[in-house]
Design a protein around this ligand. Sequence first.
Ligand SMILES: *[C@@H]1O[C@H](CO)[C@@H](O)[C@H](O)[C@H]1NC(C)=O
Ligand SMILES: *[C@@H]1O[C@H](CO)[C@@H](O)[C@H](O)[C@H]1NC(C)=O
Ligand SMILES: *[C@@H]1O[C@H](CO)[C@@H](O)[C@H](O)[C@H]1NC(C)=O
Ligand SMILES: *[C@@H]1O[C@H](CO)[C@@H](O)[C@H](O)[C@H]1NC(C)=O
Ligand SMILES: *[C@@H]1O[C@H](CO)[C@@H](O)[C@H](O)[C@H]1NC(C)=O
Ligand SMILES: *[C@@H]1O[C@H](CO)[C@@H](O)[C@H](O)[C@H]1NC(C)=O
Ligand SMILES: *[C@@H]1O[C@H](CO)[C@@H](O)[C@H](O)[C@H]1NC(C)=O
Ligand SMILES: *[C@@H]1O[C@H](CO)[C@@H](O)[C@H](O)[C@H]1NC(C)=O
Length: 486
Amino acid sequence: MEKPVAGKCHKEVWFGILVSFVLCFTILCFDYSTSMLGVYNGVNLLVRRVHPYITRDSCYGRYIYVHDDLPAKFNDDLLKNCQNLTTGSKPKNSDTQNMCRYIVNLGLGPEIEEPEGVLANESWFITNPYLLEVIFHNKMKQYKCLTNNSNQASAIYVPSYVGLDASLHLWDFNLTVRDYSGKDLVGWLSGKPEWKKMWGRDHFMVAGRTSWDFRRQKENSSDWGTNLRVLPESMNMSMLSVEGSLWKNDFAIPYPTNFHPANDSDVVQWQNRVRSQKRPFLFTFVGAPRPDMKDSIRGKLIDQCQASSNCKFLHCGSSGINCNNPVTVMRVFESSVFCLQPPGDSHTRRSTFDSFLAGCIPVFFHPATAYTQYLWHLPENHTKYSVFIPVKEVEDLKEGIIEKTLLGISKHEELAMREEVIRLIPNLVYADPRSRLETEDAFDLAVQGILGRIENVREVIRERKDPSIGFGDEDNFKFTFPETPE
Ligand SMILES: *[C@@H]1O[C@H](CO)[C@@H](O)[C@H](O)[C@H]1NC(C)=O
Ligand SMILES: *[C@@H]1O[C@H](CO)[C@@H](O)[C@H](O)[C@H]1NC(C)=O
Ligand SMILES: *[C@@H]1O[C@H](CO)[C@@H](O)[C@H](O)[C@H]1NC(C)=O
Ligand SMILES: *[C@@H]1O[C@H](CO)[C@@H](O)[C@H](O)[C@H]1NC(C)=O
Ligand SMILES: *[C@@H]1O[C@H](CO)[C@@H](O)[C@H](O)[C@H]1NC(C)=O
Ligand SMILES: *[C@@H]1O[C@H](CO)[C@@H](O)[C@H](O)[C@H]1NC(C)=O
Ligand SMILES: *[C@@H]1O[C@H](CO)[C@@H](O)[C@H](O)[C@H]1NC(C)=O
Ligand SMILES: *[C@@H]1O[C@H](CO)[C@@H](O)[C@H](O)[C@H]1NC(C)=O
């Protein structure tokens, strides 16, 4: 920052006055908080403030205040006790692996030592998707427009690891135990001075689990999830997670993959590599059947794959096939033109993002697997980057329909789609939090998305309308099957 010039140089003073006129004008136009005009009391002060103001302007509307004072029990302590955190979809017990090896490298996990020519030699990690909340927090620490002044902030980020926290008690039959921590968290937040400014509507948090895990509606121990997101405070807040629920204040952002580029050339090199890949298989399915889910299309989908010489099926979890190893999955995706992405336990799949990374055109069967979810990250026109085979009921998946549809796509269309898939790669990865890229990554787009959303709420308040209307309502669009495809 410049030192005060105290009448030393006339030129600078006049320049300061000129700039201040322009700034005052801009500031008034933008309805900047009036308290800020207080600094314009003297010319000396003015000149001194020129630089900060110009700098601040590039962040105007993008400032984020982080609740760094959040008690450690909501974030850091969970990592300290990583031996108690489950890595999978079952509760942690003494025999299962714990989260400790995955929290290294700011949540990216250990670097992959044997890429086997399938992955790049660097920037690939064994990333546990549940750690999205940790990766996001670490990326936020590098965000360009942080502020310690909550009055200046356009959004307030709550760096709690709600998913990791929930995973400690999700399977507990005692609802008091299961819900305790969520209640504790919103109690803390609503007691802070920042809360009252917009009653939480400028607050957001991030979860590495689906939103459904926090949306238990009833006080019935047999129902799934905690009640965090149905608490009155939560209804005023937004949550970003890997899968949005039916409610409008839940937003989906990409699952983290294993690629966390450290610079822009890492990304371009990877894009070039997948563009030139030979793809002997027309289509691929990597996953496991869901014999216990009667509505699952996976059984029929696997039958169709196995019946076709154009399809490669990789049965995850069968003997010797470890789909937690990215090399196993990416080897197949990189050698296929299309990758089938049917719903699994929930509508979305992390695998969707692996197929983008591999330059493999995704084939979706339900709109909620991607189209109605990742609105900030994927183009609105989904025919540009994917194939949609609508399957509302299992019976809709007619024999041979997958192969027939895919064989009907021209080479020209295929190339155009793959090029679009490859173009999207930088937007869908979480770059290494230790570096900063020129291209916008998934984090940047998520931040843009939430800032836009909060700005819309502010606009409603400025128009003196009730911001609670529509904020956290049910959204019938997200999971509804279209009457006519397209
Ligand atoms: C970790 O789990 C063990 C066994 O369930 C329990 O005794 C211990 O209190 C837990 N530690 C923490 C810090 O939660
Ligand atoms: C990656 O590492 C392997 C083994 O160390 C080496 O043979 C190969 O040339 C490296 N590839 C690149 C692109 O650096
Ligand atoms: C906020 O305050 C902390 C502690 O005083 C300081 O370390 C940090 O750099 C400040 N951040 C910004 C964006 O001013
Ligand atoms: C549930 O846990 C709470 C807190 O540990 C305890 O007070 C309560 O008795 C438990 N309820 C049941 C039904 O076990
Ligand atoms: C709780 O849910 C289960 C399973 O849906 C149901 O059988 C049971 O009757 C419910 N209990 C109460 C008290 O509503
Ligand atoms: C949620 O926002 C409304 C104003 O829109 C406010 O009246 C209400 O008290 C807020 N809820 C909580 C728990 O702060
Ligand atoms: C980009 O990052 C990779 C991996 O960390 C590194 O090997 C490479 O030298 C970097 N390239 C540039 C241009 O900085
Ligand atoms: C969507 O993209 C496809 C393929 O590029 C194109 O043919 C179609 O016209 C686009 N639709 C709209 C509504 O832009």
